[in-house]
Each structure stands twice: as structure tokens, then as C-alpha cells.
Write a new protein. Structure first.
Length: 143
């Protein structure tokens, strides 16, 4: 990963347009001449790049999309639930194994959602849906 970071060209740009042809998506970016790395001028047309883009707000700070915020809250919620002894009792009642610790609860969530780590919620919508069902079931159980 350090090799990629050390080789990276970094510049600010503005999305101008997007279109599609038979080869894929064509993304046009407007780069201010002062921000354009000289290497970009000398690389051949057709040169391949790995691209990472971060959306900026008006204060030039990274902007997190609402969906990403929701997923991050879900990941945090899973961690908090694992520390909740009532949640342990719920998992035991619904037939997950006998849950007596934070680790047992975390294992049960991972097994129920089909993931190896809570961070997989970021890319796995099915796991997120399964966790939502689990969390809603717990809310109902508490009533």
C-alpha cells in the first residue's frame, strides 16, 4: 500500500461530465493548471491509473455521504449491542447459542449476518439488512 501512496499523483479537480461508450464510463475532470502534476502532462494517452477520489465540501474538508454515515452508525451500534447483557439474553432466547459475553455476542452477529468483521457492513447490503432485522427483533423482544 505504501508503494501506491508513494507513486500517487495528487490534485484537486471538478467533475465536468460523464458519458459512456462501449469501453466503459468516460469521466471528464477539470484540473486547474496550478494543480496539475507535471507527470500527468508527460504520460502517454492510454496510460492506466488507479484512482481514489474524495468528495470535498465548501470548506475543502472530506464530505461523508449520508449513506456512509448510516453505515458507520450501524457498525458502532453492533459494537454497542455486543456489550449489552439484554442483547445477550435476546440472542440466547432466539436460539443463537448460549451468549454470556461480548465476544459471544459479536460471534453471533457475525454468524447471523454472514460476515467475518463488522467492517464488511460497508460493502455488504445483505449483511446490513440481516443486522437491521436482528436489531429490530431485539427492540421487539425488549417490549
Amino acid at each position: 500500500m505504501n508503494e501506491i501512496r508513494n507513486s500517487a499523483l495528487s490534485f484537486e479537480s471538478v467533475k465536468v461530465s460523464m458519458s459512456q461508450d462501449r469501453n466503459g464510463i468516460i469521466l471528464r475532470l477539470n484540473v486547474h493548471p496550478n494543480d496539475c502534476p507535471p507527470e500527468l502532462h508527460t504520460d502517454w494517452v492510454g496510460t492506466r491509473y488507479m484512482v481514489a477520489m474524495v468528495r470535498l465540501n465548501d470548506q475543502d474538508e472530506p464530505e461523508t455521504r449520508e449513506n456512509q454515515k448510516h453505515i458507520e452508525r450501524m457498525i458502532a451500534s453492533a459494537g454497542l449491542l455486543c456489550r449489552n447483557e439484554d442483547f445477550w439474553a435476546y440472542l440466547t432466547d432466539v436460539g443463537a447459542e448460549f451468549v454470556t459475553s461480548e465476544n459471544d455476542a459479536a460471534d453471533s452477529i457475525r454468524k447471523s449476518c454472514g460476515i467475518r468483521s463488522r467492517s464488511e457492513f460497508r460493502d455488504n447490503s445483505e449483511a446490513r439488512d440481516q443486522f437491521e432485522k436482528l436489531r429490530e427483533g431485539f427492540k421487539e423482544w425488549k417490549k
